[in-house]
Each structure stands twice: as C-alpha cells, then as structure tokens.
Design a protein around this ligand. Sequence first.
Ligand SMILES: Cc1ncc(COP(=O)(O)O)c(C=O)c1O
Length: 440
Amino acid sequence: MTTVRPDTLQPDTLHPDALASGTIESEVRSYCRAFPTTFVSARGSELFDHTGRRYLDFLAGCSALNYGHNDPDMAGALVDHLTTGGITHGLDLRTEAKERLLDRFDQVVLRPRGLGYRVQFTGPTGTNAVEAAIKLARKVTGRSTVVAFTNGFHGVTLGALAATGNSHNRAGAGALPLSGVARAFYDGYLGPDVDTAAVLEAVLDDPSSGFDPPAAFLLEVVQGEGGLNPASTAWLRRIAALAQRVGALLIVDDIQAGCGRTGPFFSFEGTGVVPDLVTLSKSISGFGLPMALVLVRPELDQWSPGEHNGTFRGNNLAFVTAAVALDKFWSDGRLTADVDRRARFVRSTLESLAALGPGWRVKGRGLMVGLDVGTSGAAAAVSAGCFQQGVIIETAGPRDEVVKVLAPLTTPDAQLAEGMAIVADVVRSVAAGPHAEVAA
Ligand SMILES: Cc1ncc(COP(=O)(O)O)c(C=O)c1O
C-alpha cells in the first residue's frame, strides 16, 4: 500500500529550479514541461509532489495506468515476487510468471470472447509491438505497403512512425524518407457525408489508381493522440471486409484504446470485427510496468524462432502484475459497467461545457473522451489552469486542440466529480478569456 512519505521530502533539492532534469535531461522531454513539479508518490488516481501537494491524475500515464497507481493487490504480488527471489529478467525463457500470465490471458480475456489468438511478446513498448505487427503482415503477405489513416498515431520508431500522421513526430526522422505506408482517410475525416471506406475501396479496386495491393490496414478504433476520433461500427466492418477481399491483414492498434479504456477489454468488441493482428501495451501490465504484445491469428504466426527478438521481451515483473490485473478487473463485467457509468458522467459534464465556445464539441468514447476547444492555445490554457488547481490533464489532436480526460478507469466517483468540477471551472474561465476569442 502506498503512503505519502513527507519525511523523505526535500523541498529544496526537488524544487524545479534545482533539478538535474533542467540541465542534463534531453530537450526531447515533454510531459514534465507541462506539469513542472517533482512527483514523489502516488495512490489510485492521486499523485503527490515534493511539497506534499495532491493532484488528481487525469492523464494516467497516457492510459498506461487504467487501474490507477500502485494497486495494492498488484503491489503485494510484486513485493512477494521480489522477496521470494522470483525471476525479474528472463529474455523469453519459460518462467512461472510468464506461464501464469499466459494462462490468465487465455482464460480471462481470450476464451470468454471466443478469440483464438497466439500471444507474441515484443520489446516492451507500444511502438515495438506495432513494428512487429507490420513486419509480420509484410512477411506473411509478401507485400510491402501498409495502409494507415489520417490522424493515426502508432509510435515513433521508424516503421511505426511511417504510419503515424503527426508532422511534429514525423519531423524527428530528419531527412530519412518514411516509406512503405499509403495514407487513407479515417472515418469522418472528409465530413459526415463522405464514406471514406468507400473511397479506399474505390482506389484499391482501380488498377490504375496508383495504390499497390497492401499488406495490411493499420488503425485505431478510437484515435487517441489524433484527437479522440471514434470509428463507427459500420465503417470498421466495411474496412474489415475490404481488407479481407483485397488480401490485406487488419491490424487493430489497441495500445491506447484497449484494456477497458472504451469500456470493453478490446475497443473492437461488439463490432463483429475480429482483427488478424492486435497490438496491446500501455495498461496490459496493469501497474505501469513496460510490456507489449501482439495477438496473432494462429495461421499467421509465421515467424521463425527469434526473428523478431529483443532483450526485454520477458519483463517478469510486468507479467506478475498483469496476471493480477486480469483476475482482479476482468473476471466479471463490473469494470466495464463502472466505465460506462463514469463515462456518462464525464461526457455529460463536457457536453455542458461545449456550449461555452464557438464550435466546441465533445469527442471520444468511453473514458477516452475530451473537449475540442478549437485551438491549441485554449487547450493549453485549460491544461495549465487545471494543473494550478490540482488536476493533471493533457491535450491531443492534430493541433493539440482537444482537452483529453484519461482518468484511471477505477477513479472513485467522488474523485471524478472533484476533478471534473475543477476542469469545468477552468474551462469556464478560459471560455470567458482571450483564448475563446482566438477560437472564434
Ligand atoms: C495507439 C498507439 N499506438 C502506439 C503507441 C506507441 O506506444 P509507445 O509510446 O509505448 O511506444 C501509442 C502511444 O501513445 C498509441 O497511443
């Protein structure tokens, strides 16, 4: 159980002005710029900084902490594992922790949903799972082009970055061409009256369109970094059917939207679409520990041993907490029901705020929901104002114009109400200030 440790606080050495992160940490650091304090401890949906100040964490490790910080059952299992000499690093050796996790994943997640996937452990980041999925799709189909969608975000290593739309991230590749990807329009990108699945179908059916037959379609069911854009079930079904017809694999990147963020365990549940490959990371360990995997239809599991390897595919500490998380949160439908209830509350609060600004609107699904306030200036002002009032909340979207509520799924209703009241106050003051005029 986490406790706040005031006895260890060192306000002088931990003051932002005195920190090494301001001097020797690379310029690439980002979140710590938006939330300039030094965090010391955390519990559930609360974070505490070096002055003992409490914050509500509505960023939740960008969805890596769906069950909050330091869940006591996961912490207990981790401590037991460590104090009994359990394996911490195991390459991809068979270990007790891995066996247990695979068993729980099969029993609690796959079988109840009628899914027969194999589980490929990749390097422990989302982007490495995406690399593995697109490599496998290319290997299996013998084709090279991956169709990725406008506003998609899939990571920043070169293969995944080629599929990522964001120009700021893409610029990080320097002069190297980001190749092997054809860009298609995501659902709704061309407005409500254009069926972008039909557009993709038209170009893939036209032998003179210039589109090579693709190895895969890679998509998020709800785009996270791209601004909380949900795909409709009809669009997803059409895309899945098209993939099958043209011999491309359907890869669903569930790294941010999975593990209950939209309600069910997988974001595609209930759509009737069963992807060929699924990437998972972020909250799969349940505890914020690094872990990533690809779910692979068995007949597509055409890797030869070690072909996509990586030293840290066997983070046994993550396996320990992941197994506890699955048993604790996914053995019944309670968490999904909680997410649905909490999501209704957050959405209705945001909807009442959307009326305050010109063109402001609520976006997203489940507890992956936010308020588009039109400009990055307004969204940044909301984020900064919330931080001053004790709520950590980030922005997303092509121009960082969406205030994104990513509270842990387990946030107690009272804390959710407390945090949303602060968000509402700050949004009201931003709506009344200069940023609203910029948006207009
Ligand atoms: C949908 C999606 N895919 C891939 C990634 C990349 O994951 P990571 O940052 O762990 O490499 C992210 C990260 O935000 C993501 O949201």
